[in-house]
Design a protein around this ligand. Structure first.
Ligand code: HEC
Length: 116
C-alpha cells in the first residue's frame, strides 16, 4: 500500500513515466538503460494490477491459482509466456480489465525485451 501511494505521488508530481514504445525494431531500445525495466516500471505495474490476487502473501486470492504468483521478477520471468497470453493475447487478466493501452504497450515491450 505504501508503494502504491508513493507511485501515485510520483505521478502527481509529474515525474517522467516510461514512454510507450514506437512500433519499430525492439533491439536497440532494449539495450538502453532508459527502457522498461522491473525497477523502472514493471514492479509497480505487477504490484498494483496483479499482486492483489497473485501474491503468495495476499489475504485473498479471489480464486487465483496458488501456482500463479508474481512475487518477484524471477516469478514473472518463469511465467512470461502465461502473462503474455493472459494479458495481451486473451486480455482475460486482470479479470475486471482496467489496463490502459499505454500499459499494454509497456508490458509488450518489457516481455519482448526479456523482462529486464
Ligand atoms: C481480481 C483478481 C485478479 C487479478 C487482479 C489478476 N488475476 Fe490473474 N487470475 C485470477 C483468477 C481468479 C485466475 C484463474 C482464472 C481461471 O481459472 O479461469 C487467474 C489466472 C491467471 C493466470 C493463469 C492462466 C489463466 O489465464 O487462467 C495468469 C497467467 C494470470 N492470471 C495472470 C495475471 C496477470 C499478469 C495479472 C496482472 C496484470 C493478473 N493475472 C491479475 C485473478 C486475478
Amino acid at each position: 500500500m505504501r508503494s502504491l501511494l508513493a507511485l501515485s505521488l510520483l505521478v502527481a508530481c509529474g515525474e517522467p513515466e516510461p514512454k510507450p514504445p514506437e512500433e519499430s525494431d525492439p533491439g536497440p531500445l532494449c539495450e538502453t538503460g532508459l527502457d522498461v525495466t522491473w525497477e523502472g516500471w514493471a514492479a509497480g505495474f505487477v504490484l498494483s494490477q496483479c499482486q492483489p490476487c497473485h501474491a503468495s502473501e495476499t489475504p485473498n486470492r479471489y480464486g487465483a491459482p496458488v501456482s500463479v504468483s508474481f512475487d518477484t521478477l524471477e516469478d514473472c520471468r518463469a511465467q512470461a509466456g502465461a502473462i503474455e497470453d493472459a494479458v495481451l493475447t486473451r486480455a482475460s487478466m486482470p479479470p475486471a480489465g482496467g489496463i490502459t493501452d499505454d500499459e499494454r504497450a509497456l508490458l509488450a515491450r518489457w516481455l519482448d525485451c526479456g523482462l529486464p
